[in-house]
Design a protein around this ligand. Sequence first.
Ligand SMILES: Cc1cc2nc3c(=O)[nH]c(=O)nc-3n(C[C@H](O)[C@H](O)[C@H](O)COP(=O)(O)OP(=O)(O)OC[C@H]3O[C@@H](n4cnc5c(N)ncnc54)[C@H](O)[C@@H]3O)c2cc1C
Length: 260
Amino acid sequence: MPADVEDVAKGIEFANERRLPWLAIGLGSNLLVKESGFPGLVIRVGKGLDRFEMKGAIAIVGAGMPTPILARRTAEGGFAGVERFIGIPGTVGGGVYMNAGAHGAEFAEVVTEVSVMDGKGKIRQLARKQISFKYRASNLGDVVVLETKLLLLEEAPAKLKELQGKLLRWRKAGTPFDQPCAGSVFKNPGGAKTAGSLIDECGLKGYAIGGAQVSTMHANYFVNTGTATPSDVLRLIEHVRKTVQKKTGVEFELEVKVIG
Ligand SMILES: Cc1cc2nc3c(=O)[nH]c(=O)nc-3n(C[C@H](O)[C@H](O)[C@H](O)COP(=O)(O)OP(=O)(O)OC[C@H]3O[C@@H](n4cnc5c(N)ncnc54)[C@H](O)[C@@H]3O)c2cc1C
């Protein structure tokens, strides 16, 4: 858990010297880690790399800042652009790396610059035009995201607060927040139907393998009912993927990142 940017460089140097693979993570909210674990160094970006500063309408944000805090702070300060991310339970670094988004907004729309550390420990400033964002993906590759600049727009705090209240109520009603999960398992396939509605149509809501279950609230969330192992979740993923493919012809792509 690096306390500052120098620590990130030390971590990468440590891994390189020992020829170990390394992996940067944020809050792990999009990860499924296999029983075997990650055979190398995990750099968990959080506190220490969670700077937040507004310069006019530009937010300068450390990768370790939790996205909901960013959404709340900017809204309270009278800036729109990331207010809809209030319920995304990861860090800003993970959000930029994944191009996280919600309710029709995504990081790609507000990012103007990303500061990263590459595999040699060198810091690079990437302008928006050097980065390609896709739906829940970026081409950032093997780097540690350190910081980002976001271009926001002035908006009345009361209006943003009201919207965030509405979005949070909507999420609470449709998300299994009281059970461990890793968010949407599959990416929406792009047609008229979401991954969740396709899984639901195949009669898989509530389907369980071991302790892993397709949430009864939201079919694209697979929850741990208490005793799930990573293998249970992986078997459930395969079962759902194959069933949906057979019944609807739709090929799912994973949104969850499987580690190990
Ligand atoms: C209940 C729930 C609801 C969710 N809702 C949404 C939603 O509405 N929209 C949405 O987009 N996602 C959603 N997610 C998924 C997840 O929260 C997002 O993808 C989030 O942005 C991941 O951030 P993280 O810090 O947890 O990243 P992690 O899960 O730790 O990592 C995700 C990926 O990013 C990489 N990464 C993380 N931090 C860094 C860094 N500093 N530098 C380089 N690479 C890094 C990791 O290597 C990994 O590949 C949800 C998850 C849960 C559990």
